[in-house]
Write a protein that binds this ligand. Structure first.
Ligand SMILES: [Fe+2]
Ligand SMILES: [Fe+2]
Length: 166
């Protein structure tokens, strides 16, 4: 590709290659669960997919990246399908360490995944979990996730509560 992609082009690619994932009925669960701040897991996953494509474009990685696998892995990286803020007797306490595998188990139940997609989902929490991704697509998802999570957690919209009277 001779020029850089626009935002709309990136969104179009995510819709096209992510259509099967985005349209799955279990994605409804992600729309009801909050990820960071006031951002749902669904919105977070779309952002991570767009940002992964943006990074691949800006880093000129097109010849080394399988675009459909990158987008699908990004959309499914947090497909754990529960709200990790729920108390649930402490079962979600280890969420950061365990949800890569939970996402992979769910994703394999609902979709036919290739090895790049499987590995990228499973290892997206590196370096919190010790095994790094094996493919460049996995590194892109991992980076995009860290950037998105930081921005969502620090987002000013969280502080838009009414001011207390003095
Ligand atoms: Fe995650
Ligand atoms: Fe994430």
């Amino acid at each position: 590709m001779g020029r850089l992609l626009t935002r709309d082009e990136i969104r179009g690619l995510v819709q096209r290659h992510g259509g099967e994932v985005i349209g799955h009925r279990h994605m409804e669960i992600e729309r009801r669960c909050y990820q960071h701040g006031s951002v749902t897991t669904f919105a977070h996953s779309i952002r991570v997919a767009c940002l992964s494509v943006w990074l691949a474009d800006r880093l000129h990685l097109w010849r080394r990246v399988d675009l459909p696998s990158l987008i699908r892995a990004a959309l499914l990286h947090d497909y754990f399908l529960y709200d990790w803020h729920d108390d649930d007797n402490g079962t979600h306490r280890l969420h950061g360490f365990t949800h890569g595998r939970a996402a992979l188990v769910n994703a394999q139940r609902d979709f036919r995944l290739n090895r790049v997609e499987r590995n990228s989902i499973l290892h997206h929490m590196f370096p919190l979990t010790p095994v790094p991704p094996r493919y460049i697509e996995g590194y892109l998802v991992c980076m995009a996730d860290k950037i998105s999570a930081t921005r969502e957690t620090l987002s000013m919209s969280r502080f838009n509560k009414p001011e207390l009277p003095r």
